[in-house]
Ligand binder design. Structure first.
Ligand SMILES: [Zn+2]
Length: 101
């Protein structure tokens, strides 16, 4: 799957047993590869939250806010997920407005 963020298309890949060295990861952004890696065992809800987490990393990096810590990135990801889940009619209306015609 590809996600367009800013001017870059990121490839989203599921990986079995995702690690960074000894550290177990749910997700990982690699700017140099324009890739987002997700652990393949994540349940669907965790996969969505983790994808949003990595998307927030991309957005903050592209806008000069690499200083946001993991806690703030996670807060944004959980907040966005809650907003999307709690407001499906509003999200659909906005998507209809923003759709390329
Ligand atoms: Zn992170």
């Amino acid at each position: 799957m590809k996600i367009k963020l800013g001017g870059i298309y990121y490839t989203v890949c599921k990986v079995l047993d995702l690690h960074d060295g000894e550290q177990k990861l749910d997700g990982q952004l690699k700017h140099s590869e324009a890739s987002i890696y997700l652990d393949s065992v994540l349940c669907p809800q965790a996969e969505i939250q983790t994808t949003l987490h990595e998307i927030v990393h991309v957005i903050t990096a592209q806008n000069g806010r690499q200083d946001m810590g993991e806690d703030a990135v996670d807060a944004m990801a959980f907040g966005l997920m809650g907003f999307l889940r709690d407001n499906p009619r509003l999200v659909k209306r906005w998507m209809d407005i923003l759709a390329v015609k």
